[in-house]
Design a protein around this ligand. Sequence first.
Ligand SMILES: Nc1ncnc2c1ncn2[C@@H]1O[C@H](COP(=O)(O)OP(=O)(O)OP(=O)(O)O)[C@@H](O)[C@H]1O
Length: 248
Amino acid sequence: MANALEISNLSGGYIWNRPVIHDLDFTIAQGEMIGLIGLNGAGKSTTIKHILGLLAPQKGSVRVMGLATGDNTSEYRSSFAYVPEAPELYEELTIREHLRMSAIAYGLTEEQFEQRSASLAEQFDMTDKLDAFPQTLSKGMRQKVMIMNAFLVEPPLYVIDEPFLGLDPLGIRSLLDLMARRKKEGASFLISSHILSTLETYCDRYVVLHRGKIAAKGTLDELRQSAGEAPDTTLDDLFYTIVKGGAS
Ligand SMILES: Nc1ncnc2c1ncn2[C@@H]1O[C@H](COP(=O)(O)OP(=O)(O)OP(=O)(O)O)[C@@H](O)[C@H]1O
């Protein structure tokens, strides 16, 4: 069974021959949830842009469900859904039209679209907003639309950047419930967040980026062992130890 995500020896960035991420190696198995953590500027968004195919590797490779970006762009693109940190919506389309557009792009049937969009709207308390335009929504509601779009299409891999920012407590609960359900069904997650206490509850493993390199990776126990920390050390404290003494 192919890994959902396989990043091998990846170096890349914005200017050719001036990489900002260096020799990254990590995988996400099917059904696994990985937390990508690091300080501001560590390289998390740059790594995500490589996964999305917005940046080309300067060295190494990125594979999603066994496919590289160049293999078959539309198949590669439909292997994952991405939730960006800041909502990106079309002001001239209603929320229902956004969902329909995703459904068409990912080849959902009309029945799947109807059933899933109604259920997601209910979970995120957005049923009465389906025919609204984005400019009439609050910031958190706009973020909910991005999340609903991603969960509508049920891809094998979800790439989610700072999912908890801007959501109310009910929205956070609905998102975590959905993530847990899709994970049980075999979907994989790469979640980049600074909210380490929430990641600690939900993720199977972590990749700690520091100055564009992997400073540590593994389960919470593995991170504790390699940092020489006690078995009850929190992810927050471990992260602090790793980046304080971390890779240069
Ligand atoms: N569009 C860009 N052009 C050139 N350099 C960039 C660009 N975006 C980011 N960088 C640089 O790449 C490096 C990694 O930045 P990146 O945005 O990946 O960090 P991050 O870990 O996502 O940080 P944050 O937690 O603040 O979102 C930084 O040195 C940053 O200055």
